[in-house]
Every structure is written in structure tokens, then in C-alpha cells.
Write a protein that binds this ligand. Structure first.
Ligand code: GLC
Length: 733
């Protein structure tokens, strides 16, 4: 048998299919420490986002022992670290540098829970785009956002960072944010690699306690906690970060089934998996790894590519290799994914492009105007008795409360590069932007503590003004990570302050507007009862003051709609609109039905609730066709009339209810939303299209099914069935 001659390869010429790619060449050259360096991400000290603080990484970057950084802020430091890697390391592999740009970089937008209240995909994309431009101008190439954890428990502090309580809404936000951060493509100088986090089901931590175990059904996992991540992957998200938590006993950082089979297999994710901060090392505390080598092996085999701040890969994988727990091929696969991401980000060909062009002041100014507009649209007017707002016939205003003159607190959690000096407080904004109104201020109390010594002075201020605005709520660090609250009410002496002010003001027939700053729905039924107007301001970011001035002055009609249900009592939690029916639905006249003895089932405010300055009435629901197959589309129309005296924006929600199916189906499922702005007296028609295929659901075996039968189509201003217009459509096999 003649030996087939090897193909003749002329010197200098290599047929394309034999060409060594840049990555192939690097893989051939890299030592094991250099490979493990590419799988290591270390924190610089410009922000503290975890329990371990790294030392100086300079030498490790030069030797290639660290290939990625986080928490580095400023074009100078970023350029210098990048220069060390590119110009002083043996192979010159550029660093991937990331930061938690969760709701803005230096210019802060409302926290994600507040932005969710806009119900505006374009706005969600726009703020992510603006944040990416600002962060890339600093030299950053990765953000650890969007955070996509659905939450139905206000005790959990990270409710602030997420999309609220609904999976469909979470999926809309996921796609919009990935598009915004990644822009025209990862190679663009103003694009960031986005990071869908925290995969998955982090929201239902036991008792709302941070980092606690999670036990949920496979149905809840698939119906509630996976859709947003599937949407992020479909939108092309470059990276994913697993949650710290265990899911039904398996820590997400080692969850091979969900990371490999579901995320990479079923969803088709081909990007980079970045562990959360020290999460690989914490597999030891989870009790599934005896030491760092076992922890590193579990994570690598589950598909985690980058080890953030555990040093498990650098220190553990060499030992794991010796023990035969992992193979060099598994390590190489992870290294290739990391190098491929750096190549997609164009870091090899132009490592200094991000950060090379300082922004001009016009760009910065435009972004601040955007922040002001978005902030005004994120606030949710929960109550407005007797049209207390917008302020009218007010010459002197008392601004009272610990959050009135607190610029740093307006940032909310995850302020990244947003420094206190860059934030405009309520006092500064109202004083500057409420023409013709004198603003008098008294803090009245601190945010926390028990000092009531300054309440009297604040109450006394009520005697000298026409109206009162209370600024109450949480500090910026009372929500976000590691900020669960067992009693998510108004903290400290603020209730005492508020009740004293309400007593005095109402005793003089003066109206009180309460503005709440929080990273969660607060349990404040007493305040909702007594305040004349109640505005949920979440944390509105850098332009808080001017945005609230725009609302109070009536320049902007509030249009935010709450993306979370507001409980009347903590005992109702978890409370959300998408609950399944009971066999004994609540009936006040029947003892043996699903209710509490001491609290009504109804929330304080339902999902989607929010008032404006108009009086908007929805009517004349039309649903066509009467019946539809899976390939068809359901067209929904509803008229909206503004019967008020102010222009206003209405958000129309589309829900469905499948009353008879092979499994029990939720009482309401959110399927769409649309907004319309109407002048006084104007009527508009809102149109919504719903592909019938979206009415598939998970059958008894958790496989998607499309079942014939009648489905209710419900349209209205919020997830309160008593306020919805009801139609129906018949699904045909
Ligand atoms: C934190 C958070 C995560 C963040 C990461 C980097 O612990 O859990 O959301 O992106 O560490 O700061």
C-alpha cells in the first residue's frame, strides 16, 4: 500500500484550511500558568463588590498569571493595566476588564427595578447604550449586567437590580439591555460585552435571605426563572454569570445540567461563563468540594470559563490535573472561549481603542438630559387624592425627610463610577427647578437609628408653608447585594416623623405628598392610607432632583407602572399576580376558602399600577379573529380616552387566562404592553398583536404544548382583574 504523500506545503504558503488562527497559535505557545491566567479575573480596588480584596496585580499581569480584571475605574488606570498585559507580558494577550455598570457608569439612571417601571423597550435599550458609550470611553469592555433575576420577595435586597416579578417582562428587558450594551457588535469601540446574571433562580432565596438556598419546582424554574436568560442568549449575550446559590441542592456554580445541557445545549449559549465573586471557592462551604482542586474541577466541568476572585483555577486546576479530576482539553476549551471573546471585542487588534477618545461635554450633557427624562418616567404615582399633584397654588413648600438633601443616596445600589458629587438631590433640584416656589427644608430624622430629636423642628416647618413633601425611604446601601431586610418597612424613626408631619399638616388642611426611595416595594399601608399623594421614586440616579421637580411642577405627567406587586403585609409574601388558582378561591362568605383571617388577599398596589395627571379610561376591546391556530396571530384593539385636564401617558397591559387546560394555569399571564400619550379629551386606539404560538405552555411532562380551547384575553391598566376588559379567542388544533 503506497504511503500517501503529505500535501506539499510551499514555504510561506499555507492553504487557508490549514491556516493557524491567532488563537491556535497562542494555544500552542501558552504555558499552563498562562492558560490559567486567562481563566482568572481579579478585582482591583476601585470598587468593593465582594468579601475578598486582591493585592497588586501588576506582576501577575506581566507574567500572564492574570488575564482579566474587574472593578477598575478611569481611563488612566485601565490603560496602564492594559499596557502591562499587551506590552510587558510574554504573549501580549490583552486583558478583559469589566465593571458592574448596572444602571449607568458615571451618569446614573434609575435602578433597574425603577427602569422596569417605564415599560418601554426603546428606553431600556437607550440607557444601556448610553452607559456602554460612557464606560467604553473609560476603556471598559465588559459589564456585569443585565441582572435578570425575577423576584417576588421584597425582603431580598437584589429585587432592586432586577426586572421585577414577571418572567415575560424579564425577557423583554433582557433582550433590550443586551442590545443596548452590545450595540452594533462587540468589535465596536463603544460596545460592551453584556453579562446575563445570575443564572438562575436566585430570586427565591429561602425567606428572602441573601445567598440562602433555593428550592423550587422544575415548573417554576422553567416558567419563571429561565425565560429571561433564554431571551438574553437569543439576543446574543456574550457572557453569563451563575448565581451564588444552590438550586435544589446543587450550587449553580457547579450545575452541569443547567449550565451545559440547558444554557449551552438547549438555549445555544456559546459565550463565556464567568463565576460570581469567589463563588468557585465557596463550593467548599456549600459542602460539595473538599478543597480548591475539587471546587475548580466541578466548576470547570460544569462549563465555567473564568474564575472571579477565588483563585481556584490558578491554584486548584494544576492539582486537579494531577489527580485526574480534569483534562487539559477541558482547560483548553475554556481558554479558547475566553480568547475568542477577546477577539470578538477586537482587543487583540486594538486593545487601547476603548478609552482612547475622551468624551466631549456635549455628549455628557445629552446623557444627563436623558437621565433626567428617564428618571421622571420611572417614578410611579401610587396615589394622588384630590389631585394633590401637580402642585398648584403653592408659594412655599416644606421639604422634609432624611432623603431630601441626600445626593449620594439617590444613586441607589451599584453606583459603579457614579460619585456623590455627580448626583442632584431632591432639595437641589426642587430649589432650582420649581419656579415661583420657595422651598424650606428640614431633615426631620436620619434614615436609620432612633433619634427623634429633630422631628419637632420639621413639624414646625409645616406652619409656614402651603404644602409639604416628605422624602422618606431606604439608604442606597439598604438594597442591592447583601441587603436583605426581614422587615422591609420605613426604617428608623421615619414613621414617627411622617405621622407627626401628617398630623400637623392635616390639622391645618394642608396636603402632604410622600416620596419613597427604595430598592423594593416597602410595607407602608399606613402611609398609603394617610398621605394625600404617594410617589415611588425607587432610586432615580444622577438627575433625581430635576426629574422630581418636573413631576411636581406638572411638566411631566407620571407614567411609571410598578413592575412589582406592593404587599399590604409581609405575611402575604410571596405575592404576585401570576399565581395559580386554588380549588377553594377566596370567598369572604365561605370560611373554607383561600384567605387570611387578618389581612385581605389583595395587595396594597397591584403589578402595573401607576397614576398620571390625566384620567384615562380604556374601552371597546376588540379581539380578532374569534379562533386561531398555532401559526396565527391574535389582534387586540382597545380605545383609550383621556377624560382628565392634563395630558398623560397610558400603559395598556395585555394578559391572558387559560381557564381550562391539562395543567392548572396562572390567573393572569402578561403577554404584552403598549403606551399611548393623550391630550385632554383625546381618544386613541391601542393595538397589540399576540402570536398564538406564545400561548404554548409546559404540559404535565414539562414539554411545551399548544392546547385547543378558549383563552381569555384581558386588557387594562394593571394586574387587577376587576379593572380589566375581557375578551376571548378559541385556539384550534
Ligand atoms: C458580586 C455580585 C455580582 C457582581 C460581581 C462583581 O458579588 O454578585 O452581581 O457582578 O460580584 O462585582
Amino acid at each position: 500500500m503506497p504511503v500517501r504523500a503529505a500535501p506539499t506545503i510551499m514555504p510561506g504558503y499555507l492553504p487557508r484550511k490549514y491556516a493557524m488562527s491567532r488563537i491556535d497559535e497562542l494555544m500552542c505557545k501558552m504555558t499552563l500558568p498562562e492558560k490559567l491566567g486567562q481563566l482568572t479575573m481579579t478585582a482591583a480596588g476601585y470598587a468593593v463588590t465582594g468579601p475578598i480584596i486582591a493585592g497588586d496585580s501588576t506582576e501577575a499581569i506581566k507574567t500572564g498569571a492574570i488575564g482579566n480584571l474587574l472593578n477598575l475605574i478611569g481611563p488612566g488606570p485601565i490603560h496602564e493595566m492594559q499596557r502591562l498585559a499587551v506590552e510587558e507580558s510574554r504573549l501580549g494577550i490583552p486583558l478583559l476588564i469589566g465593571l458592574d455598570i448596572i444602571h449607568g457608569h458615571r451618569t446614573l439612571f434609575p435602578i433597574p427595578l425603577g427602569e422596569a417601571a417605564l415599560f418601554d423597550r426603546d428606553a431600556w435599550t437607550l440607557t444601556a447604550r448610553a452607559s456602554a458609550v460612557e464606560a467604553a470611553a473609560d476603556g471598559l469592555a465588559l459589564t456585569f449586567a443585565p441582572m435578570l433575576d425575577v423576584s417576588r420577595d421584597p425582603r431580598w435586597g437584589r429585587t432592586a437590580e432586577g426586572p421585577g416579578e414577571d418572567p415575560w417582562l424579564g425577557a423583554q428587558i433582557a433582550a433590550a439591555k443586551v442590545r443596548g450594551f452590545q450595540g452594533g457588535g462587540l468589535a465596536c469601540a463603544d460596545s460592551l460585552a453584556a453579562c446575563a446574571k445570575h443564572f438562575c433562580a436566585y430570586g427565591p432565596v429561602t425567606a428572602g435571605r441573601e445567598y440562602a438556598a433555593v428550592d423550587i419546582s422544575e415548573r417554576t424554574l422553567r416558567e419563571i426563572h429561565l425565560p429571561a436568560f433564554a431571551a438574553a442568549v437569543k439576543a446574543g449575550v456574550a457572557t453569563v454569570m451563575p448565581a451564588f446559590t444552590d438550586l435544589n441542592g446543587i450550587p449553580m456554580t457547579a450545575h452541569t445540567a443547567l449550565l451545559r445541557d440547558t444554557l449551552r445545549g438547549e438555549f445555544g449559549f456559546d459565550g463565556v461563563l464567568i463565576s460570581d465573586y469567589n463563588a468557585i471557592g465557596e463550593l467548599i462551604r456549600h459542602g460539595v468540594a473538599a478543597d480548591l482542586a475539587e471546587a475548580a474541577a466541578l466548576a470547570l466541568k460544569a462549563g465555567i470559563d473564568i474564575d472571579m476572585m477565588a483563585d481556584a483555577y490558578r491554584k486548584g486546576l494544576p492539582v486537579a490535573l494531577e489527580r485526574g479530576l480534569v483534562t487539559m482539553e477541558q482547560i483548553d476549551t475554556a481558554v479558547r472561549r475566553v480568547l475568542a471573546l477577546k477577539e470578538r471585542l477586537d482587543l487583540f487588534d486594538d486593545p487601547y481603542r476603548r478609552g482612547s477618545q475622551p468624551e466631549d461635554q456635549e455628549t455628557v450633557g445629552r446623557r444627563r438630559l436623558l437621565a433626567r427624562s428617564i428618571a421622571a418616567r420611572a417614578a410611579v404615582l401610587l396615589k394622588n387624592d384630590r389631585d394633590t399633584l401637580p402642585l398648584a397654588k403653592v408659594r412655599r413648600l416644606a421639604l422634609i425627610g432624611p432623603l431630601a438633601d441626600a445626593p449620594a443616596e439617590m444613586r441607589g445600589p451599584w453606583w459603579a463610577a457614579g460619585v456623590p458629587e455627580g448626583q442632584v438631590s431632591v432639595l437641589a433640584g426642587l430649589s432650582r427647578e420649581l419656579e415661583g416656589i420657595e422651598v424650606l427644608h428640614a431633615p426631620g430624622s436620619a434614615i436609620v437609628g432612633d433619634d427623634c430629636g429633630h422631628i419637632a423642628a420639621a413639624v414646625e416647618l409645616c406652619d409656614h408653608v402651603d404644602a409639604i413633601v416628605l422624602c422618606l425611604g431606604e439608604g442606597a446601601n439598604m438594597s442591592g447585594e447583601a441587603a436583605s431586610r426581614a422587615c422591609p418597612e420605613l426604617p428608623g424613626p421615619q414613621r414617627t416623623l411622617a405621622e407627626a408631619v401628617l398630623d400637623r399638616a392635616h390639622g391645618m388642611g394642608k396636603r402632604v405628598t410622600a416620596i419613597l426611595f427604595s430598592g423594593r416595594p416597602l410595607i407602608v399601608p399606613w402611609l398609603a392610607e394617610r398621605a394625600d399623594a404617594l410617589l415611588a421614586a425607587w432610586f432615580l440616579g444622577s438627575e433625581t432632583g430635576p426629574a422630581l421637580a418636573d413631576i411636581l411642577a406638572g411638566r411631566v405627567s407620571p407614567s411609571g407602572r410598578t413592575p412589582v406587586t406592593w404587599p399590604r403585609a409581609l405575611g402575604q409574601v410571596p405575592i404576585f399576580f401570576g399565581q395559580r388558582p386554588s380549588g377553594r378561591p377566596a370567598d369572604p362568605k365561605d370560611h373554607f376558602t383561600s384567605k387570611y383571617l387578618d389581612v385581605p388577599n389583595e395587595p396594597l398596589y397591584p403589578f402595573g399600577h401607576g397614576l398620571g395627571y390625566g384620567r384615562l379610561v380604556q374601552s371597546n376591546l376588540r379581539v380578532a379573529p374569534d379562533s386561531v391556530t398555532e401559526s396565527g396571530t391574535i389582534e387586540v384593539k382597545v380605545d383609550v380616552t383621556n377624560e382628565g385636564a392634563h395630558s398623560a401617558v397610558e400603559t395598556v397591559f395585555l394578559f391572558t387566562r387559560d381557564k381550562l387546560a391539562s395543567v392548572a394555569r396562572p390567573l393572569l399571564e402578561l403577554r404584552g404592553f403598549a403606551k399611548v400619550e393623550l391630550r385632554p379629551g383625546e381618544t386613541g386606539t391601542v393595538r397589540l398583536s399576540l402570536p398564538a404560538a406564545e400561548l404554548r405552555f409546559l404540559g404535565a411532562d414539562l414539554a411545551p404544548v399548544f392546547e385547543p380551547g378558549e383563552v381569555e384575553i384581558l386588557v387594562g391598566p394593571c394586574a387587577d382583574r376587576s379593572r380589566l376588559l375581557v375578551g376571548s379567542v378559541r385556539l384550534l388544533a
